[in-house]
Design a protein around this ligand. Structure first.
Ligand code: NAP
Length: 287
C-alpha cells in the first residue's frame, strides 16, 4: 500500500468514510499532501483525527462542502486553490472524484436537480472543470472518478436524467455510475494533457446504500455489504493510477489495477458529447 507519492498534491472527495477515508490514509502514508473533502464538520474532524492516529506526521487538510450544491462546489475549488497557494504548491497532481450517494427516494437539490445525478456526476464535472488549470500544470495530472460495475446493463435517457419520473433509486444510481465512465472517456477525448480513469472498486463493505433512507435498499445492502472487500482493496487501484512511474493501463476503466472493457454505452462518443453538453447547460459551466 505504501508507494511513493511525496511531492504530489491530491484532492479526495467523500473523505469521511468508506473508500474515501481509506484513500486519504493511504495517500498520506505514501507521502502526498492530501486535501480531503466532506459535507459535515464533525465527520471531517473525526476523519482528520483518525488519519492522524494512523499517520501522526501526515500532511493533510479537510475542507467542508456539500457537493449537492453547485455554488458550494465552485467555492470548494476556490478554497482548494487558496490552500495549495498557502502551501506554496502551484499544481494539483491528482483529483479523486469519490463522493457518492444512493437515494432510495427522489430528492431534488437546491439547484432543482435529482440528488444522485447531482452529487455523483454533476459535482465531479464542475469540480474537475474548476481545478483543470491546476491539473494542467502538473506533468502527470490525473482525474480518477470512482464508478461501478453497476454501470453495465444500464439504459441511459439523457432527456429526463436531471428530473426522472418515475424515480427508481437503483436505476438513478446505475445511470450516475454510467455517467462517471462516459465523463471519463469524454474528458480523455477533450483534454489531451490530462489522464482520466474511471475506477471500478468492486463490491466494498461500506455504508453507502444505508445512508439514503431506511427502506428496502438499506435492508438489502446490510446483507450484501458483508460480502464486500475492505475499502483498502480499491484504494490500491487509486494509488497505482496516481503513481508517476506506473505503467498505466491502456483502457480508461480500471478494476484491481487492470483495465476492463466498460459497457458499449460508456464508450459511445456521441453519448459522451451529449452528456458533456447537458452537464454544461445544467451547471452553467462553459467547458
Ligand atoms: N461500496 C461499494 O460496494 C461501491 C461499489 C461501487 C462503487 N462505489 C462508489 O464508491 C464511492 C464511495 O462510496 P463508499 O462505498 O465508500 O460509500 P460511503 O462510505 O458512503 O462514502 C461516500 C462519501 O461521499 C460523501 N458524500 C455523500 N454525499 C455528499 C455530498 N452531498 N457532499 C459531500 N460529500 C458527500 C459521504 O459523506 P458522509 O460521510 O457525510 O456520508 C462519504 O464521505 C461512491 O462514488 C460509490 O458510488 C461503491
Amino acid at each position: 500500500m505504501k508507494g511513493d507519492l511525496s511531492g504530489k498534491s491530491v484532492v479526495i472527495t467523500g473523505a469521511t468514510s468508506g473508500i474515501g477515508l481509506a484513500a486519504v490514509k493511504a495517500f498520506v502514508t505514501a507521502g502526498a499532501f492530501v486535501i480531503g473533502v466532506g459535507r459535515n464538520a464533525q465527520r471531517n474532524q473525526k476523519a482528520l483525527e483518525s488519519v492522524f492516529n494512523e499517520v501522526p506526521d501526515g500532511h493533510v487538510r479537510y475542507l467542508l462542502a456539500d457537493l449537492a450544491v453547485q455554488d458550494q462546489v465552485h467555492q470548494l475549488a476556490n478554497t482548494i486553490k487558496e490552500v495549495l497557494k498557502a502551501q506554496q504548491i502551484n499544481k494539483l497532481d491528482v483529483l479523486v472524484n469519490n463522493a457518492g450517494v444512493y437515494q432510495e427516494r427522489k430528492h431534488k437539490t437546491v439547484d432543482g436537480i435529482e440528488m444522485t445525478f447531482a452529487v455523483n456526476h454533476l459535482a465531479p464535472f464542475v469540480l474537475t472543470h474548476d481545478l483543470e488549470p491546476l491539473l494542467q500544470v502538473s506533468e502527470d495530472g490525473r482525474v480518477l472518478t470512482v464508478s461501478s460495475y453497476a454501470h453495465y446493463t444500464t439504459p441511459l435517457c439523457l432527456d429526463r436524467i436531471a428530473d426522472p419520473w418515475p424515480y427508481i433509486g437503483l436505476l438513478a444510481y446505475k445511470r450516475s455510475k454510467l455517467c462517471n465512465v462516459l465523463f471519463t472517456y469524454e474528458l480523455n477525448r477533450r483534454e489531451k494533457r490530462l489522464k482520466a480513469y474511471a475506477v471500478d472498486p468492486g463490491l466494498v463493505n461500506t455504508g453507502i446504500a444505508s445512508k439514503g433512507g431506511k427502506g428496502i435498499s438499506d435492508w438489502v445492502w446490510r446483507w450484501r455489504r458483508e460480502k464486500g472487500t475492505d475499502p483498502e482493496v480499491p484504494v490500491r487501484t487509486l494509488l497505482y493510477l496516481a503513481g508517476e512511474k506506473a505503467e498505466l493501463p491502456q483502457g480508461y476503466y480500471v478494476r484491481d489495477c487492470q483495465s476492463l472493457e466498460p459497457s458499449r454505452n460508456a464508450q459511445n462518443a456521441k453519448l459522451g458529447d451529449k452528456l458533456w453538453r447537458l452537464s454544461s447547460k445544467l451547471t452553467g459551466v462553459n467547458w
